[in-house]
Write a protein that binds this ligand. Structure first.
Ligand SMILES: [Zn+2]
Length: 435
C-alpha cells in the first residue's frame, strides 16, 4: 500500500473500501468494547485491513460505504493483529479521532474493486486449524444439504464445492448464510453448478478431513459477475473431466463425507500403495486375481458388539462383552488378492461391503455352505461377482509400515468408469494435473 508519511507513524492513504464489516462488540474486563474492521485496496492491488477501536468508533459511524474510494489522512500503521487477520499482510491501519476521512467523488478505475486471498482446494489442508488467518475460496457448488439446527440458536448447512484442482471440499455455512443458496440455485438434474465466492473463511480439520466454515468476517457471493467467476465457468464448460466428476459425485448413494472422500481419493498404482500416507483414501484400478478358499468366509459374531465370537469348550463366548453362551449372528468376510500391472495387494471386504458385492446376505451364504456341495456353490457366487473383473477400489493407506502379508480393508468398491480414467490419464501425462 502506498503510504505517504505525515508525522510519527502517521500516513496518508488513498484506497478503495472493499469490505466494511459490522462493528463487533466484545467484553473486556467488564466493559463493552467495540472493534470495527474494514478492508482497503490501493492502486497497486495491495490489501490492508483497517481497524477502528472504541471510543473512536462512534465518530465514524455512517461515514464508510463499500465500493467508494477514500483518502485517509493521518492513519496509524501498525503490525496486524495476530488473530483473525483478514488479509495476509503484516501491517494494518488504525483510524483514530485525529484521522481525517475524505470520500472521493470520482471513481478511479485503476484501483481494483475487489481483493482475493484465494487458496487452491488441494492446498487448504496446509492451513487447517489456523487461528491467525482467514481465507477466501471460489468454487462450483455441487451439493447443498438441508438446513439443520445446532443447539438452541444456530442453524447450519453443508455445501460441497469444487475448484479447478478437481478437489471437493465441505463448506459449512452458518446462521445468516444458510439462505444464500436456496432451491432455485441448485438443480441437480442438470450439470449446472452455481459459482460461489466466499471470503473470510476458517479452515478446520476433523479426523484428517479439511473443511471450511463461515465466521464473523465471512462474506458469500453467488454467481458474482467478474473475471474470476467467468474463468471458472468457462473452465467448467470446456473440461469434460470436471463434468464427469460432478456427475459421479451427484449420483453416489453415499453420505456427503463419503462422497467427498471417494471423489478426492488419491489415485495410485499398487506398486506405490505401500508408500502412501497422509491421504484419506487411495483409489486403485485393479482386477481380482486370486480368490481364497471359502472356509472362513463366514464367522459368528456377538449380536451385541458384532465382534468375532470364539468357542470355549463348545460354548460361544464374547470376550468383548464378557458373556458366555452368547447369541451369535453370521457375518461375511471376503479376502482376495487384487493386481494391476505394477503389483498385487491382499485385501479384505468386511460384512456390509461383502454382502453388497455378492448381492447376497450372510445368512443365505451360511445356509448354502451347510448344503452338500455348498462350498463349491459359494465359490461359484464369488467367481461370478468378482472373478478376474476390474474394479475401482477405495482403500485407506497403510497406517504402519506396509506388510505384504497383511490384508488391507477396502472401504468402497466402484465400477470403473473407463471414460473418466482416460480423461484423467490424458491430463496427468500432459502434466496439467497432479492429484
Ligand atoms: Zn459382544
Amino acid at each position: 500500500m502506498h503510504l505517504y508519511p505525515c508525522g510519527v507513524r502517521r500516513y496518508n492513504v488513498k484506497a478503495r473500501l472493499v469490505r466494511n464489516y459490522d462493528v463487533f462488540n466484545y467484553n473486556h474486563r467488564g466493559t463493552t468494547k467495540q472493534i470495527w474492521k474494514m478492508l482497503f485496496v490501493d492502486v497497486e492491488g495491495e490489501c490492508v485491513q483497517c481497524t477502528i477501536f472504541s471510543p473512536h468508533v462512534e465518530n465514524f459511524l455512517g461515514m464508510f460505504h463499500e465500493g467508494f474510494i477514500y483518502v485517509l489522512r493521518g492513519v496509524q500503521v501498525v503490525h496486524a493483529d495476530a488473530n483473525n487477520k483478514i488479509v495476509p499482510n503484516w501491517k494494518q491501519m488504525t483510524i483514530t479521532s485525529t484521522t481525517v476521512v475524505i470520500r472521493e467523488e470520482h471513481d478511479d478505475l485503476a484501483i481494483p474493486t475487489f481483493f482475493y486471498n484465494l487458496v487452491a482446494f488441494n492446498r487448504f489442508h496446509v492451513h487447517a486449524n489456523r487461528t491467525d488467518m482467514v481465507f477466501d475460496a471460489t468454487g462450483l457448488v455441487l451439493y447443498v444439504s438441508p438446513i439443520e439446527s445446532v443447539g438452541q440458536n444456530s442453524v447450519k448447512r453443508d455445501l460441497a464445492i469444487m475448484d479447478k484442482t478437481l478437489t471437493i471440499i465441505k463448506f459449512t455455512i452458518w446462521n445468516e448464510f444458510v439462505h444464500i443458496l436456496d432451491d432455485g440455485h441448485l438443480n441437480t438434474e442438470a450439470d449446472f453448478c452455481p459459482i460461489l465466492f466466499a471470503c473470510g473463511l476458517h479452515v478446520k480439520s476433523f479426523r484428517g478431513r479439511t473443511y471450511l466454515t463461515t465466521g464473523f468476517y465471512s462474506r458469500i457471493y453467488v454467481n458474482k459477475v467478474d473475471d474470476l467467476t467467468t474463468s471458472l465457468s468457462t473452465w467448467y464448460e470446456s473440461d469434460k473431466l470436471a463434468k464427469k466428476r460432478v456427475a459421479c459425485f451427484r449420483s453416489t448413494p453415499f453420505s456427503l463425507q463419503s462422497s467427498i472422500d471417494i471423489s478426492n481419493a488419491h489415485r495410485v498404482r499398487l506398486a506405490s500403495f505401500h508408500a502412501m500416507r497422509k491421504v484419506q483414501y487411495c483409489r486403485v484400478i485393479a482386477n481380482t486375481c486370486h480368490l481364497e478358499h471359502v472356509d472362513n468366509i463366514i464367522y459368528e459374531a456377538c449380536h451385541r458388539c458384532l465382534k468375532k465370537v470364539n468357542s470355549f469348550h463348545g460354548v460361544p463366548t464374547c470376550e468383548s462383552c464378557n458373556i458366555t453362551d452368547v447369541v451369535t449372528i453370521p457375518r461375511l468376510l471376503v479376502r482376495i488378492e487384487i493386481c494391476d500391472r505394477s503389483g498385487t495387494l491382499k485385501i479384505t471386504m468386511l460384512h456390509d461391503l461383502a454382502q453388497l458385492i455378492l448381492g447376497c446376505p450372510a445368512t443365505d451364504i451360511k445356509l448354502i455352505l451347510q448344503q452338500p456341495n455348498g462350498r463349491k456353490r459359494v465359490m461359484e457366487i464369488l467367481v461370478s461377482k468378482l472373478g478376474y473383473k476390474t474394479f475401482c477400489w477405495i482403500i485407506p493407506p497403510p497406517i504402519q509400515d506396509f506388510n505384504p502379508e497383511h490384508s488391507y480393508t477396502v472401504s468402497y468398491v466402484l465400477q470403473v468408469d473407463w471414460a473418466e480414467e482416460c480423461m484423467w490419464l490424458t491430463k496427468f501425462y500432459e502434466g496439467k494435473f497432479h492429484n
